[in-house]
Write a protein that binds this ligand. Sequence first.
Ligand code: NAG
Ligand code: NAG
Ligand code: NAG
Ligand code: NAG
Ligand code: NAG
Length: 509
Amino acid sequence: MHKLLKMLFFLAFVWIAITAADECIPRDFGKGSIVCVCNSTYCDSTPETSSEPGTFLWYVSSNAGQRMELTTGKIGHTEEGSTILTLNPEKRYQAIQGFGGAFTDSAAINIKSLSDATQQKLLETYFTREGSRYNLGRIPIGGTDFSTRFYTYDDIENDILLKKFSLAPEDTDYKIPLIQSALQMNPDLRFFSAAWTAPMWMKTNNNSFGFGFLKKEYYQLYADYLLRFLDEYKKQGIDMWAISTGNEPSNAYVPIVTINNMGWTAGTVATWVAENLGPSLDNSQHNQTLILGLDDQRFNLPWFIDLVFRNKVAEKYISGVAIHWYWDSLIPAVVLDKTHNHFPKKFLLMTEACEGSLPWQLQKVILGSWERAESTALKMFENMNHWVTGWVDWNLALDKVGGPNWNENNVDAPIIVDPETDEFFKQPMYYAIHHFSRFLPRGSVRLELEDSSIIFRSLTSIAFETPENKTVVLIYNRSSISKKVDIVDPRNGVINLELPALSMNTILY
Ligand SMILES: *[C@@H]1O[C@H](CO)[C@@H](O)[C@H](O)[C@H]1NC(C)=O
Ligand SMILES: *[C@@H]1O[C@H](CO)[C@@H](O)[C@H](O)[C@H]1NC(C)=O
Ligand SMILES: *[C@@H]1O[C@H](CO)[C@@H](O)[C@H](O)[C@H]1NC(C)=O
Ligand SMILES: *[C@@H]1O[C@H](CO)[C@@H](O)[C@H](O)[C@H]1NC(C)=O
Ligand SMILES: *[C@@H]1O[C@H](CO)[C@@H](O)[C@H](O)[C@H]1NC(C)=O
């Protein structure tokens, strides 16, 4: 064959291979929806696509099986729909911090149970530009319930010089190598950390859980302990953007909770931040590391933060309020507005969320569950429509029963691994988060988007402007009531759409 012809054949082949490379390989586990299957050589992705002026890109994922399906359209000028979403670019709200997930011990153990090539694909699907563009990673300090055992970094009683402090094999052999790979894929990845408890011997109840608090005489020692963790991670090239005051301190007040935890009162945590953690960070190489307050459920808002910030030194040291989603259905989102209104300079960040955690959800992992994608998406809309600046999912990957978890507190995750076949499954939940994270870079600002329908609202929506001045509108269609929708942008025109039933949509122009 002629050389040039050969070359053209080759190029045509490569082109087909590339354009086909983004598609989901579906597998139906009989739940009315699908997972997308990835392995050592293949994973679906969302390639870079730019829109011409006057046109828009529209990505859809749906209960019916669409996954990031792309359509392009022209921006028009006539309103046709029965639902009008009107953008008000003048009214601007919070700026986005980012999106991500947690490098728990269990996530790392699960990822490492796959072949090297499959591990690479899994990290790529979260952290690269063709993946979810995750730019936040939560790193537990020591063990959590999503570990295979209880431990802290110094379990030698009364080691008041921290001579026996050391990272665990879970860090050195599992988490750190994965975190380093993720950081290579996205240099813009920021990490934040949280301890579940201090070593037992520093606590009033000498226990890993229960009604126990940090002993007053160890306030400084515990701050030193946390700084040692920051030092050790920094030596591995992992700088911490932020550290929280501790995971879910309210668990100490709930007798049935046996997950590692340590209690705080608003007064004690404020004193400890003002006198120990804050000054220690300031006087160290970690002087750029921010402090996040709360790291706990919505029911603590706004009162707990109001009390903490009565201590003006603590208020100065704490940059943001970290929240978890587990009580979101019971406590209305207005508590987020209140917190924002009381302290408008402090950002709100979701630092832990997952499906399948409720005691009556007996099946912890439901492969292909669209209901869980919908629930995730709707909670993201709700929180971000109330000042929340980002969303950090819980375990990056779990096994088929939602573990391992030494406390039998298994839950679901956006990615489930199957080491027997060296595959992993991208759950519908993965795409719910991807619809946000893929299109909203750090610094994107929420714009007002008004829904004209008064009753029977079947759409949930939110809008942003990115730092590149792209407009991003997200819409979830959860019922069959309204016929068509128009997005009216006074600067650009009208976008007429008909959204599939039970669908998550990102519109970009
Ligand atoms: C990975 O999945 C792709 C797409 O389904 C398939 O063509 C390929 O053979 C699989 N590779 C392995 C190693 O199983
Ligand atoms: C604390 O608990 C450990 C067992 O978890 C025990 O060995 C130790 O003696 C206890 N220390 C005190 C001071 O009670
Ligand atoms: C703050 O951190 C930087 C870099 O980590 C370091 O060079 C500087 O000396 C630190 N400042 C203090 C007061 O320790
Ligand atoms: C975005 O728009 C603002 C104001 O309209 C302008 O100042 C800025 O330069 C624009 N940024 C980009 C990246 O085009
Ligand atoms: C939402 O889905 C329903 C059911 O298919 C459809 O009838 C309706 O038109 C859709 N809504 C919008 C606004 O596109």
